[in-house]
Write a protein that binds this ligand. Structure first.
Ligand code: SF4
Length: 605
């Protein structure tokens, strides 16, 4: 109930598919989404293989509640070895691909191999076919979806753009104009010669207790609509707290993490641009609080996608660009070419920093690249997507680019284990500094979601948390990671703003006919987090890799967080605390007792 009981595996090279059944005990142990990814990556993938190896599986798994009426339960995760870190990667989208997969009768899709030519995978209920996509070569993500829909009818399409074809290491996958963005999941898809996945299905996604599900859904919709953040989220999207992050927290990374306040932020603040330019709202499947926007501007023709919080930082403040129209254009190009905006902004901000510090010159770049230059930003996005000139180097991500440049460029490279970080200046949010180090996919805000707790001081069972302190962060971050893994396994959006917290017992009873309490769910979350970590260990992870960028050890120069930074001692101590809280040894290896407790001891053998 709420699940379909089958996993579909397709080798796109051999053009073979197989189905396997899963039962209730598997669901109760792993739930769905994140749990399935953690299980299958450990059982199918060769952790030592290269991200672009045909053996590296690309796994798609909707959360357990996807396809039920549960509000905001529309999230589907993609899993593979990361093209940036060569370790664990997961990337979540709010597009309908997971819903369609369930309607076709499957709880997960595992893709291996490499197609002989550029292809798309078509799944229509029991029909599975690999079709040529040679005619789609070079097409944008959205042109690809439109062309496939013309040929195949009413299918849901997840597609890559030119960046995925060119193996840009931070290429993303687009579905319904929502992106599975991080860690180069689109490059892995490109390495399989797979331009798109198109799915349609006709099966009902049943729930165990429909009446109960209906009543709960109504109640939660009401709670969501009455929530104090509802109006602002709907009007201004995820960027609604941009001003607060600057003025009241001083933790909005600016000009490649030189500063924590962007003085020229007026126009990139949604309170400025949304009332002037937004023409419609855009939401993920199953959501009543649309945080996406579309807007029409003067400088560029046509409707552009509204810019969400992380991108306002990455393509805005991080590159010093204050003109919202330039930021929106760069954002749109990223979406059409299929590039993760956070990593793109990280790479371009890094280049601008090198340019301004005289480490790399105009001749080498082929143009001037100063902070604040919107035209350079747009030009560099194009160069990255097509791997042209300097774009070919930036397409490798900040870590590899710095290694190739040499000349002490690493000092300016802001990444953790190869992944460029999101919009939280962790010098003034120390729990998040730890979360960047411990996230299984590299610098990430969503695996722990601890920014909400750290920045407000309270969330869930925590109160009085001090963001400037590095004390007692190990337990806090481990708890938050376990908690967020439950959200990802169920497919619930984390911008549901804590409405659910862990009151999932009732909805799980309605969906699958089993009440599962907070303790039980948190253990599943902990199991999932440990499995991701085990995969990383098998792929070569070492505790020495969990280190913060050099810039995080330098004080924030201005604003309300002025003077705050994470010292090397704090970095070391927080990591030790975390390993202890996790029941891992001093090198970060899970102890046998912990693995037995979580019933996953066989995965470390
Ligand atoms: S809050 Fe935003 S990200 Fe979350 S489900 Fe709704 S539209 Fe999607």
């Amino acid at each position: 109930m709420a699940y379909m009981g089958k996993i579909l595996s397709v080798d796109v090279g051999k053009e073979e598919g197989k189905r396997q059944s899963i039962g209730e005990s598997f669901i109760l142990k792993y739930l769905g989404g994140d749990g399935f990814g953690a299980y299958f990556m450990n059982t199918i993938a060769d952790a030592k293989s290269d991200a672009f190896s045909p053996d590296n599986p690309l796994i798609i798994a909707p959360g357990l509640l996807v396809g039920t009426p549960t509000p905001t339960a529309g999230k589907t995760s993609f899993f593979a070895k990361s093209a940036l870190t060569n370790g664990w990667n997961e990337s979540v989208t709010g597009g309908r691909i997971g819903f369609a997969l369930k309607q076709a009768g499957y709880d997960a899709l595992i893709i291996t191999g490499k197609a002989k030519e550029l292809s798309y995978l078509l799944i229509k209920d029991d029909e599975v076919a690999i079709k040529s996509a040679e005619h789609l070569k070079g097409k944008t993500t959205r042109e690809t979806a439109e062309e496939i829909k013309k040929d195949e009818g009413d299918v849901i399409v997840a597609s890559i753009g030119i960046a995925g074809e060119k193996l840009v290491r931070f290429a993303c996958i687009d579905c319904d104009e929502r992106q599975a963005g991080r860690g180069g999941i689109g490059a892995v898809m490109g390495s399989k010669n797979l331009k798109a996945i198109a799915i349609s299905g006709s099966k009902d996604i049943k729930v165990a207790k429909p009446d109960k599900m209906y009543k709960l859904t109504e109640k939660w919709y009401e709670e969501m609509v009455k929530h104090p953040t509802f109006e602002a989220d709907g009007k201004y999207g995820t960027g609604e707290f941009l001003e607060w992050m600057n003025a009241e927290r001083g933790t909005f990374p600016t000009r490649n993490w030189r500063e924590g306040v962007f003085d020229e932020r007026k126009e990139i603040d949604p309170y400025y641009w949304a009332p002037r330019y937004a023409v419609k709202n855009k939401a993920c499947i199953q959501c009543v609080k649309p945080c996406g926007k579309a807007f029409v501007m003067k400088k560029y023709e046509g409707a552009l996608d509204g810019v969400e919080y992380e991108t306002l930082f990455a393509l805005g403040s991080n590159c010093g660009v204050k003109n919202i129209e330039d930021v929106a254009k760069a954002n749109e190009l990223c979406d059409l070419y299929g590039i993760d905006t956070i990593s793109a902004g990280g790479a371009i901000g890094f280049l601008m920093d090198l340019y301004e510090n005289g480490i790399i010159g105009k001749e080498e770049i082929g143009m001037e690249a100063r902070f604040g230059d919107g035209d350079a930003l747009i030009e560099l996005v194009k160069k990255i997507a097509f791997r042209e000139g300097i774009g070919d180097l930036l397409a490798e991500g900040v870590k590899r680019a710095a290694e190739r440049i040499g000349r002490n460029a690493e000092k300016y490279a802001v990444h953790v284990r190869g992944l460029e970080p999101p919009a939280y200046d962790v010098r003034g949010i120390k729990g998040m500094a730890l979360a960047f180090m411990t996230s299984p996919r590299g610098a990430c805000h969503l695996r722990s979601g601890a920014y909400a707790l750290e920045l407000t001081g309270k969330f869930w069972k925590y109160e009085g948390v001090d963001r400037f302190s590095s004390e007692d962060k190990g337990r806090e971050i481990a708890d938050m990671e376990n908690f967020m893994a439950v959200y990802d396994a169920l497919g619930i959006c984390k911008f549901s703003r804590g409405i659910y917290l862990l009151n999932f017992e009732e909805i799980l009873d309605a969906a699958i006919g089993k009440e599962m309490g907070e303790d039980e769910l948190i253990i599943i979350g902990e199991r999932i987090c440990n499995l991701k970590h085990i995969f990383n260990i098998k792929s070569g992870w070492k505790k020495e890799d969990c280190k913060l960028p050099e810039k995080i050890h330098q004080p924030i120069p201005e604003g309300v967080s002025k003077g705050s930074y994470v010292s090397k001692e704090e970095e070391k101590k927080m990591l030790e605390d975390y390993f202890n809280a996790r029941g891992w040894d001093k090198n970060g290896i899970p102890k046998k007792k912990k693995l037995e407790e979580l019933d996953i001891e066989e995965f470390m053998e």
